[in-house]
Design a protein around this ligand. Sequence first.
Ligand code: NAD
Length: 489
Amino acid sequence: MANPEKITVEGVEVDTRHWIGGERVASADGATFTTVSPIDESVIGEVSAAGEAEVDAAVAAARKAFPAWSKTSPAERAAVLRKVAEGIEARVEELGKVETRDNGALLRSHLRGVMPRVAMNFRFFADYLEKDLDHPDMEVAGRGHRERITYDPAGVVAIITPWNAPLMLATWRIGPALAAGNCVVLKPPEWAPLTASLLADIAHEAGLPAGVFNVVQGTGVDAGAPLTRHPDINRLCFTGSVPTAGVIAAAAAPNIVPLSFELGGKSPLLVLADADMDTAVDIAVEQFDNAGQVCLKGSRILVDEAIAEEFTKRVVEKSKTLKQGDPRDLETDVSALITRKHFETIDGFVERAKADGATVLAGGGPNTELGGLFYEPTILADCPEGSEILTEEVFGPVLTIETFSGDDEGVAKANDTRFGLAATLVTSDPERAEKVSAQLRAGTVWVNCFFVRDLGAPFGGSGQSGIGREGGIWSFDFYCDVKNSVFAP
Ligand code: NAD
């Protein structure tokens, strides 16, 4: 289908072509894909679909821009990145509305949390670059030689992102990659591609030179795969599912490209016997945020049997007060699932769990009143140990509740997963909090809180939840070639 180049989405003009070398480019063969809104399954528009030629052009543009950009001073780069942040802040509402239409996540969350954080992804790393990157010289023990450690930009960074929080997850990588002096090629998700295009406009207006930031739109197979096997990329960042990560790791292996993988999870929410009940219930129900399409979600609720009855009753009651509906309504708590295929996947998980003997405490199926892609917030209990619903990532509004007896059994159950992205612990005892959190295997452990993190702290997954850590200096460790120059005395 012909690419109309520009479409209007929620009153905002979006260019649907690629952004390569500082120019808007349609695919040479005119190929497009359709982006559909999860809210009502309506077609939003046609978007250019890249193939090998467009990916090659984007990587070449980034390579061409690299010498000049990598030689700019940290202060120059920080100044441009702060302007990008200002551009995002000025367009929070537009970005929020477009992303809500495109991926169905709550407008309320986009306006209050997500888009301001997107701006922070640039501002924070601009500040960090100026303040914290200098490493004090070291000395070779007993020899007197001086060692200078420097952070040299790596080159061209390829970034591939998922649909559940597309702009947030892209900019969390783009911010530090650019701050470090690299050039970037972004391949956004084909299910929610539009805000990446708006980011290209904002970056251009902020004065980012041509070729420093490029966007190639398209599917994983046609646009993502050529990027991952490209011999001229120096870093590869992927956020998405474990099966795709396996394919990407194999594609990148011949080029020995360093990888940063942020993948799926099956995170525990561990509620100890002394937990504050209000806190525990609030955190449990918060797991329905973004219709459960959150990698960090504590979808496996584990509660000490001493308080299980009251906790379960209150979580179920509270979950039933959640308002499901159009995510553009600021009162809505739970929206729709991203695609029909994903909706069917979620329903398949729930139906198989029921067949396995699970008890449905809340929800348990499609929201028949709303229809479309709305799936009821679902809570399941009595799921057989080791069953699929307790071990596989569901990535929808589905929580399971299991009980345990005593902290040791709770920890053992929490750690009984091949994932290790996050874990949440609820307890009123600070000593117990220290002891139990130390035993949990996860990249992030939240104690009596959820989803809070400073951009200076490390983020990443253990086990199959990922490779590497980013945030603060960990980002620069990845996006730079860290060099040691040894000077004779
Ligand atoms: P996905 O793996 O299907 O797709 C992610 C991206 O990879 C998309 O842009 C897609 O086009 C691309 N892709 C697909 N096949 C490819 C290939 N062969 N080569 C190159 N690129 C390819 O994941 P999804 O369904 O978009 O996202 C959901 C998953 O992402 C869940 O598992 C979720 O837990 C995970 N996730 C993780 C984090 C994190 O920070 N750890 C954050 C958000 C989502």
